[in-house]
Design a protein around this ligand. Structure first.
Ligand code: SF4
Ligand code: SF4
Length: 392
């Protein structure tokens, strides 16, 4: 990208860059880096292959040019700024999960205030800081839902490298960071890109419970629990068993990463978790109205798909815990909920838990269920119970 910056200007922008770097911690930003605004040509090829292999989640920006060319987000861009803020990885005083009072777990990426909001506040402050010094600067800020790839910008700006687990890993903060980026019309001198530091390590790939990491930095989203917990439809038996008690997201490939060892960040007050909210009791989730859900969980990133996926995942978790005390509640969902996915998933959970009461509810539902997929789950659950009886 051609710039016509005079030497004096270059000095001014280099100084401004250092001023911004010094101000970043006061703006609530833990790491900041600068990069050129050239298109990400190599990334486009990688994303194309990813799409051809059917590995996309469906949540990403569909236009690959927008994801890889900053000029489609801001006319005549001159630089990119990557920002990272660090979040906690440990729950202080975690509430106990116990028989009859089992709990689900929400991914660390949804602890504290919704990170979109947390990042936007900080990026707006950064934008004001820059505009006070360069009033005619043009700046486009992006958080997650923005078009550009966070990871690619962070890597080019020297903020972190793209790990084999597909997370951006910063040497200082590990991968427990939220990322945002700004496309600017200011020709800041670029920082040096960070190169891959995973080396021979494959711990994350080996630890993934579903084999979703099909290669280094290659994720098959349809098998990734993090994505599956955010879908709204039926989930396969295999994946439901592997979801365990996860209500939203999956942190396994980050927890096992040696770079994250001992890293837990508690200095950002708005990102700290409320233990009862991020490790909630499962049964009360099932009876929650939309309004109650919004009031209780509406400010969390995990609520972005509404209450249905969280409730479905709570049903799955109760099934995986084989919580017999949940049978009346699950039977009620099976027979009376107006959402086929919830009814069918409850059938699966009752099949996992078993017992006379679960069987009775399933038999009753078999007579009345009108939705073909839910009916199929009911038949499968009854068949499983019959198989259990034969083996007993
Ligand atoms: Fe595997 Fe979980 Fe990582 Fe997805 S988030 S790749 S399921 S370990
Ligand atoms: Fe890289 Fe190892 Fe961390 Fe995976 S676990 S991201 S391979 S350092």
């Amino acid at each position: 990208m051609e710039t016509t910056t005079a030497p004096d200007d270059r000095e001014f922008y280099a100084k401004l860059k250092e001023e911004i770097r010094d101000a970043a911690p006061k703006l609530g930003i833990d790491k900041i880096g600068f990069a050129s605004a050239e298109p990400f040509g190599e990334l486009k090829q990688i994303l194309l292959r990813h799409r051809e292999q059917g590995y996309e989640s469906g949540f990403e920006e569909p236009d690959l040019d927008k994801r890889t060319d900053p000029a489609l987000s801001l006319e005549r861009p001159q630089s990119l700024i990557s920002v990272a803020i660090a979040y906690p990885s440990k729950l202080p005083n975690p509430p106990k999960s116990e028989p009859g009072a089992y709990r689900g777990i929400v991914s660390r990426s949804s602890w504290g205030e919704d990170y979109h909001k947390a990042l936007r506040k900080r990026m707006a402050a950064l934008e004001s800081f820059i505009k006070e010094r360069v009033p005619d600067a043009r700046i486009e800020s992006m958080v997650d839902t923005g078009a550009l790839s966070d990871r690619a910008v962070a890597q080019r700006a020297g903020v972190g490298w793209s790990g084999k687990n597909c997370a951006t890993i910063t040497p200082e903060w590990g991968s427990w960071v939220y990322l945002g980026e700004l496309v600017t019309s200011i020709p800041f001198p670029p920082d040096r890109p960070l190169t891959d530091q995973c080396g021979d390590c494959t711990i994350c790939i080996d630890a993934c419970p579903t084999g979703a990491l099909v290669g280094p930095g290659q994720l098959n989203s349809s098998r990734c629990i993090s994505f599956v917990t955010q879908t709204k439809g039926f989930v396969s038996d295999e994946l439901m068993r592997k979801i365990g008690n996860r209500l939203y997201g999956c942190d396994t490939c980050q927890i096992v990463c040696p770079v994250n060892k001992g890293k837990n960040w508690t200095h950002q007050p708005d990102l700290q978790p409320e233990p009862e909210k991020v490790k909630p009791l499962l049964k009360p989730l099932l009876t929650m109205s939309n309004k109650q859900f919004r009031e209780r969980y509406g400010d969390m990133a995990a609520s972005w798909r509404g209450r249905k996926p969280i409730q479905r995942n709570a049903v799955i978790a109760l099934g995986n815990f084989r919580d017999a005390s949940a049978v009346p509640l699950l039977s009620d969902v099976l027979l009376h909920d107006d959402r086929p996915v919830l009814r069918g998933t409850s059938a699966w959970a009752l099949g996992r838990i078993g017992g006379a009461e679960a069987r009775e509810a399933l038999k009753e539902a078999e007579r009345t269920e009108a939705d073909p997929e839910a009916a199929e789950r009911i038949r499968e659950a009854l068949a499983q119970l019959a198989g259990n009886d034969e083996r007993a």
